[in-house]
Design a binder for this molecule. Sequence first.
Ligand code: ADP
Ligand code: ADP
Length: 222
Amino acid sequence: MIRFDHVAKRYPNGHVGLHELSFHVKRGEFLFVTGHSGAGKSTLLRLLLAMERPTDGKIILAGQDLSRISTAHIPFLRRQIGVVFQNHQLLFDRNVFANVALPLQILGMSKDDIYKRVITALDRVGLKEKADQFPNDISTGQQQRVGIARAIVHQPLLLLADEPTGNLDPRLASEIMGIFQDINSLGTTVLIASHDLALIARMRHRLLTLQRGRLIGDGEAA
Ligand code: ADP
Ligand code: ADP
């Protein structure tokens, strides 16, 4: 599903985001990426989303070579990816249903298909009953679950999350991880960037550890 082959990312100002990074991820895997601030986690996610291009090496995602992808093809690539942010970035003037429907409206999907998909996505995160509520009327954990529903509503092959539990207390963080687990068990590959080592250790999944742009660990979290 993902192959990084000696990938380096140097920013125009000379900062090195990643050095000679190589790893593979199989379809259906669940993995974490950790490391201190500045280790290269966001750079890794931005490369996968083709928001940045590698300065060296090769990145293959679902058979597409991201080192050579044309700008015109980037929207097609992004349709295969869902992204969950730390600050979920919901629109507060739209209800839960409309927030989750947004990516499908952008794709020009029919109203019937949008309805079915949105309800399915909300059901996956346990929020079918909250479709008519507004983000301000639900809890922080529920808002984050809406962010996850929006990220999976177009049925991506790969779900990326950047510090998805960063603002949540440990109980809510575990709950959110349970949702990622459920999504993964239905076949979606899940990659989560996180600082939360205690939470990662409890999940017992593969963990990539970055330090100053280098991969210093790849194995089951202990
Ligand atoms: P985090 O550690 O939470 O991932 P960072 O503080 O490293 O966040 O980065 C936050 C944002 O600022 C990122 O989008 C990153 O691209 C940008 N950024 C980080 N370092 C620099 C830099 N030296 N110059 C310009 N932008 C940067
Ligand atoms: P993390 O997400 O693990 O905090 P980042 O990928 O944001 O790490 O940063 C890795 C390195 O790349 C840091 O030295 C950071 O300052 C640098 N960096 C990140 N984004 C930018 C950017 N847009 N411009 C310049 N340097 C950046």
